[in-house]
Design a protein around this ligand. Structure first.
Ligand SMILES: NC(=O)c1ccc[n+]([C@@H]2O[C@H](COP(=O)([O-])OP(=O)(O)OC[C@H]3O[C@@H](n4cnc5c(N)ncnc54)[C@H](O)[C@@H]3O)[C@@H](O)[C@H]2O)c1
Length: 322
């Protein structure tokens, strides 16, 4: 399947990034937005992305290797880096993205539609139902939902074989993974086409062959973070020692508390709260095994920091001082 036209529904944090990255890689990109107000919010995001890419390209000139922290794998390969060409592609991407309010017009002749609207089940369902009669036969539809399983929307999409999930990470020009996840009725052909597209927009496509809440990354990351938090919340050790155990023992660059500080402690608190309510959310086995997570103590620990204004890196202090 040859992909030319890509439509992104929703121009928020991730929608604008997906659109920009696809345009950067030469695709014809339209963002569908629901109101004039959304245009007013999305255009500045695209302007900011242009600056971010141009600054990243400047910084990449100083990189000594592809694992240098300034290297952005979504922008260029280390061995074939041409800063001027990358800057040109950035300018062209910024100019070429179309913003459209009329959904029928937006999806006309679309090869791929990526849904990246707010994480609200009812609103996504209503959108898919409205979209269904407008899509050309050929279109493959992908949702970027982080926490809602694609099968929750299969019926509303009306195109089970041509529908799946493609999940990005924030800052996709740098953290360039795309977790491509099938639902039970996705055709192999559609799955392969999206894996291929993800690669063409310079992502590293990671196959998730069947539905799994949390995809790959969060299936690993969330139990890891909660386990670290639990050690401290239960008075077993302190944040620095837990981080050192992980880093020195495995060679990993960051421990759970350094990651918490990047994510922000309020988000961490919300995650713990969610898992306290539904312990089997990421892994139904957790519930059965009754892993001894002390959610109450975890929340109390996080709340103590939050109440002191220690929200993580963004506020200058979290578990560590910056
Ligand atoms: N932010 C992240 O780090 C991240 C990472 C991976 C995936 N995601 C997923 O991407 C999707 C979007 O997240 P985001 O962070 O970009 O959110 P956001 O709040 O920044 O943007 C949401 C966009 O959806 C639009 N929108 C909301 N309701 C709508 C409706 N009823 N009709 C049309 N448009 C509507 C908003 O105007 C906005 O443009 C979510 O499904 C989220 O789970 C987010």
């Amino acid at each position: 399947m040859e992909v030319k036209k890509v439509v992104v529904a929703g121009g928020g944090v991730l929608g604008s990034q997906i659109a920009f990255q696809a345009a950067y890689c030469g695709f014809d990109v339209t963002i569908w937005l629901r109101s004039e107000g959304s245009i007013g919010r999305t255009q500045p995001k695209l302007d900011k992305l242009k600056t971010t890419y141009l600054e990243a390209i400047e910084a990449m000139k100083t990189a000594k290797s592809p694992v240098d922290p300034v290297w952005c794998r979504g922008i260029a390969d280390f061995d074939a880096f041409d800063p001027a060409a990358c800057a040109e592609k950035t300018e062209a991407a910024h100019k070429s993205i179309k913003l459209e309010l009329d959904l029928a017009k937006a999806v006309e002749d679309a090869d791929i539609v990526v849904e990246s609207m707010a994480e609200v089940q009812e609103e996504k369902t209503a959108f898919f139902a409205k979209l269904a009669p407008l899509l050309p036969e050929k279109t493959i539809l992908a949702t970027n939902s982080s926490s809602l399983l694609p099968s929750s929307f299969t019926k509303a999409t009306g195109r089970p074989a041509k529908y799946l999930a493609m999940h990005f990470a924030n800052s996709i020009w740098k953290q360039n993974i795309a977790e491509v996840m099938a639902q039970a009725e996705t055709a192999q052909e559609s799955f392969d086409a999206i894996m291929d597209f993800a690669e063409k927009i310079r992502m590293i496509p990671l196959p998730v062959n069947k539905e799994k809440a949390g995809y790959l990354l969060n299936s690993l990351l969330i139990p890891f973070l909660l386990s670290g938090l639990d050690l401290v919340a239960n008075g077993v050790s302190d944040p620095e020692s837990v981080d050192k155990a992980w880093k020195l023992g495995t060679g990993a660059p960051r421990g759970p508390f350094e990651i918490f500080d990047v994510v922000g402690l309020t988000t961490a608190y919300n995650i713990v709260e969610k898992y306290q309510k539904v312990p089997g959310l990421i892994n139904p086995l957790l519930k059965k095994m009754m892993l001894p997570y002390n959610f109450k103590a975890q929340k109390a620990l996080l709340k103590k920091y939050i109440d002191e204004g220690k929200m993580g890196r963004s506020s200058g202090e979290g578990f560590y001082k910056y």
